[in-house]
Design a protein around this ligand. Structure first.
Ligand code: ZN
Length: 106
């Protein structure tokens, strides 16, 4: 008799083959799934260094795609512009497309 390798199960079973470590195919599949899930923490808090790395990667992509340098990346991204009470709609469209060019697709 052996005990199933899957921690959540650990059922005693009679192996059909000497190498068998799981009581069932279901446990083998679940064990693999659980192992994979454990490698990727559900909530990962980025360190400052990791965040900078990601920003740099985004800046690189942006440069390749639009051929634009992105020196503002270290700053916070401002909210998307909303139309001001007396603003001309052409001016507003201009401000909005400028924002999209700078911060869209990031
Ligand atoms: Zn099992």
């Amino acid at each position: 008799m052996k005990n199933c390798l899957r921690k959540k199960c650990q059922k005693e079973f009679e192996p059909n083959k000497p190498k068998q470590v799981f009581c069932s195919d279901k446990c083998r599949v679940y064990w693999n799934r659980e192992k994979k899930a454990s490698l990727i923490p559900e909530t990962k808090i980025l360190t400052h260094e990791e965040a900078v790395q990601i920003k740099k990667a985004i800046a690189k992509q942006f440069k390749e795609r639009y051929n634009v340098e992105v020196p503002y990346l270290e700053k916070e991204i401002p909210p998307i512009p909303t139309k001001l009470p007396n603003e001309d709609s052409v001016d507003f469209a201009g401000r909005k497309s400028e924002w999209k060019l700078k911060y869209g697709n990031l």
